[in-house]
Ligand binder design. Structure first.
Ligand code: NDP
Length: 318
């Protein structure tokens, strides 16, 4: 495994992060979830990402249970706050001081740890003053409940405003967590240049586009049994944005390119996001341990410019 610094901080994280959205506490039984975490650890992954909202808090609990007994200093544990996690009361959402302070305590209990390495604002809150949010994060860092602060899916402008307040308040805002893959390149024009300027990294989610870039979904064919596209607990809905013949046909053109460089399509997709130096880690999900073992082989892979051009040409305007 290779490690990269997260933003302008001294924190090193594994190039591949293991995440448990839609899987732990939902699509995947707890014993398989534990095996996926074991596979991640055995492959050298040290960084784990979850959120209080995943499976209405169950995902944090399952991850905490699976990591129990591991040496805490060898792990980086990340979680997030914003979304409501149960019955939606009037203060159970967003980035108010009240919701942040209550949420971190619940997350720490479920994860079985005294602190998270990175606490992330899952979305931007347009209704709470940013000053209030950042002061709450500053206090959480001072209390030792989180070591660093990150955001997720913030625009370049929001990142700039948040970074400026964090600097004033004396804590490190070091990362953004956006969707990024060969099929979703929204962050390239603005978020990445702004992050580079300010010293934030990206931790990118869905690098294999939830399974689509593995090539297992064929145009005009039924999705494989047990795959996310058949998961009625939420996965099928989430992946539906990619499940059309135009995208699935385009993706099949990546097969010979992957073969040329001796990678599986999943490995090519994960390696692709890691070519960008502003990406500190590719945040992968898995429904079985073999997927972790396969995808992790993308760490440290270098793709040359000719291959990157072939990928762009194959996907055209998708
Ligand atoms: P991926 O793009 O890695 O998709 C993972 C899924 O793809 C697996 O569960 C599996 O689904 C399928 N898959 C992966 N590898 C293979 C393989 N080698 N062969 C066949 N199928 C494969 O990422 P996710 O969409 O799961 O997201 C990863 C993490 O990102 C989340 O756990 C979460 O931590 C984070 N995230 C953050 C968000 C945010 O707003 N900040 C939003 C969403 C995710 P199956 O077998 O069921 O088909």
């Amino acid at each position: 495994m290779e490690f990269r610094y997260l933003g302008n901080s001294g924190l090193k994280i594994s190039e591949i992060t293991y995440g448990n959205w839609l899987t732990h506490g939902s699509q995947v039984e707890n014993d398989i979830a534990a095996k996926c975490v074991r596979a991640a650890l055995d492959e050298g992954i040290s960084t784990f990402d979850t959120a209080d909202v995943y499976a209405n808090t169950a995902a944090e609990q399952v991850l905490g249970d699976a990591l129990r007994g591991e040496r805490r200093e060898s792990l980086e544990i990340f979680t997030k706050v914003y979304h409501p996690t149960g019955p939606k009361g009037h203060n159970d959402t967003g980035l108010s001081r009240k919701h942040i302070m209550e949420s971190i305590n619940g997350s720490l209990t479920r994860l079985g740890t005294d602190y998270v390495d990175l606490y992330q604002a899952h979305r931007y809150d347009f209704e709470t003053p940013l000053e209030e949010t950042m002061q709450a994060f500053a206090d959480i860092v001072r209390q030792g409940k989180a070591l660093y602060i990150g955001v997720s899916e913030w625009t370049a402008e929001q990142i700039r405003a948040g970074h400026s307040l964090a600097t004033e308040l004396g804590f490190l805002l070091i990362s953004n967590q956006p969707q990024y893959s060969m099929l979703w390149r929204v962050i390239e024009p603005e978020v990445i240049p702004t992050s580079e300027e300010l010293g934030l990294s990206q931790i990118v989610w869905s690098p294999v586009a939830q399974g689509v870039l593995t090539g297992k979904y064929k145009p005009g064919a039924e999705p494989p049994a047990g795959s996310r596209a058949t998961d009625e607990k939420g996965g099928a809905n989430m992946i539906s944005r990619f499940m059309n013949d135009e995208v699935l046909s385009g993706v099949q053109k990546l097969q010979p390119i992957a073969a040329e460089v001796g990678l599986s399509m999943a490995q090519l997709a994960v390696a692709w996001v890691l070519q960008n130096k502003n990406v500190a880690s590719a945040l992968i999900g898995a429904s079985r341990p073999e997927q972790v073992s396969e995808n992790v082989q993308a760490a440290g892979v270098k793709l040359d410019d000719a291959i990157l051009t072939k990928i762009d040409d194959a996907l055209g305007g998708l």
